[in-house]
Ligand binder design. Structure first.
Ligand code: SAM
Length: 159
């Protein structure tokens, strides 16, 4: 988020996570300088997006959402049909949703959610190990998983 906010100083960015620790990392003063166009919010993603107005956000980045691999925890996964519907509602026309995960099973489940949805995206692209937007950037987990040699799955859906 910091890198994006520096690349696009005329756009506003909001980083959302429900764990304080991650938000505090983003607000460290020195090498991670605070950008005037960047803010952080501690919130649950679905709750947050339901509070947003229609067609009001140019892009969403859902980056390495927790895969909750144990079957009994699956219902905690954020990438579900209601979340997708809400993201679509809030995206502005021609806005995009970019998703990244290192978890193949979660990726398959995401594709199933997209396929089962009634949303008609202008385009849907996917790739392995090739970031579809801002290819030079990496999130913390993206760097970590790439260094481990894990395959990373990307999706980009445009409204
Ligand atoms: C694997 S980490 C990825 C962190 C960062 N996005 C990155 O790519 O480096 C997953 C993060 O998602 C957050 N998270 C998981 N489910 C969430 C939800 N429903 N709402 C908000 N944050 C969530 C967790 O607190 C955790 O910080």
């Amino acid at each position: 988020m910091l890198a994006l906010s520096k690349l696009f100083p005329n756009l506003n960015f909001l980083g959302v996570d429900y764990v304080d620790r991650w938000l505090r990392k983003g607000t460290l003063p020195e090498e991670k300088q605070i950008q005037p166009n960047l803010a952080f919010l501690r919130a649950e993603s679905l709750n947050f997006v339901t509070t947003c107005r229609d067609e009001n956000v140019a892009a969403f980045y859902v980056q390495f959402p927790d895969p909750w691999p144990k079957r009994r925890h699956r219902r905690r996964r954020v990438f579900e049909s209601r979340f997708l519907d809400e993201l679509y509602r809030v995206l502005s026309p021609n806005g995009f949703l970019h998703v990244a995960t290192d978890d193949h099973d979660y990726f398959t489940a995401m594709r199933a959610v997209i396929a089962a949805s009634e949303i008609s995206w202008r385009s849907v692209r996917e790739s392995v190990n090739q970031r579809l937007v801002h290819p030079a950037l990496k999130t913390l987990y993206e760097a970590k998983f790439s260094a481990m040699g894990k395959d990373i799955h990307y999706l980009e859906m445009r409204k």
